[in-house]
Design a protein around this ligand. Structure first.
Ligand code: IDP
Ligand code: MG
Length: 151
C-alpha cells in the first residue's frame, strides 16, 4: 500500500467543499486511514512546507494554511496511488488545472487552491507522520468492496 496526506485547506472548509472533495477520493476507491478537523499552527505549517522556505509566496502560504480549520486525511491504495491522486487534484494553479480535476472544478487562483496532496510516496510518509499520531491511524482494515475495486 502507498499513501498520501491530503489537506482540505481553509478555503475548502469555509466553502463547504469537504464533502464533495472527499467524495471524489472515496468514489475512486481509495481507502481512508485517518481523518480529522484541525487548526494548523505556524510551526507545523513551516515544517510541512519547508521545501518552499525562502520563496516569495512562503509567508502568504503559511498565513493561508493557518488562517482557519483544515481537514486532514490519509488516503491509501496500491502502488501508483500518490501519482493518481495528484492527477485528480490537478495543476497547482487552478486557473490552469484541467476540468474534471479538483482544482480545475472548484478553484480559480493559486493562493486559494483548496487541497494539498503529497507529491511522492516518500512525502506521503513524511507528511503523515507530521500530521497524525500512530494511534490516530488505522493502517490495515478490510472493506467489503475491496475485491470490487482491486482485481
Ligand atoms: P502543490 O500544492 O501543487 O504541490 P507546490 O509547488 O508544492 O504545489 O506549492 C505548495 C503550495 O504553495 C501550493 O499548493 C499553493 O498553495 C502555494 N503556491 C505555490 N506556488 C505559488 C505561487 O506562485 N503563488 C502563491 N502561492 C503559491
Ligand atoms: Mg507540493
Amino acid at each position: 500500500m502507498e499513501r498520501a496526506l491530503i489537506i482540505l485547506k481553509p478555503d475548502a472548509v469555509q466553502r463547504g467543499l469537504v464533502g464533495p472533495i472527499l467524495t471524489r477520493l472515496e468514489q475512486r476507491g481509495l481507502k481512508l486511514q485517518g481523518l480529522k478537523l484541525m487548526q494548523v499552527d505556524e510551526a507545523l505549517a513551516r515544517r510541512h512546507y519547508a521545501e518552499h522556505e525562502g520563496k516569495g509566496f512562503f509567508a502568504s502560504l503559511v498565513s493561508y494554511i493557518t488562517s482557519a480549520p483544515v481537514v486532514v486525511a490519509v488516503v491509501a491504495g496500491k502502488p501508483g496511488t500518490v501519482e493518481m491522486i495528484r492527477t485528480m487534484v490537478g495543476a497547482t494553479n487552478p486557473a490552469k488545472a484541467a476540468p474534471g480535476t479538483i482544482r480545475g472544478d472548484f478553484g480559480v487562483e493559486v493562493g486559494r487552491n483548496l487541497i494539498h496532496a503529497s507529491d511522492s510516496p516518500e512525502s506521503g510518509e513524511r507528511e503523515t507522520a507530521l500530521f497524525f499520531q500512530a494511534e490516530e491511524l488505522i493502517a490495515e482494515w478490510s472493506r467489503v468492496t475491496d475485491p470490487w475495486i482491486y482485481e
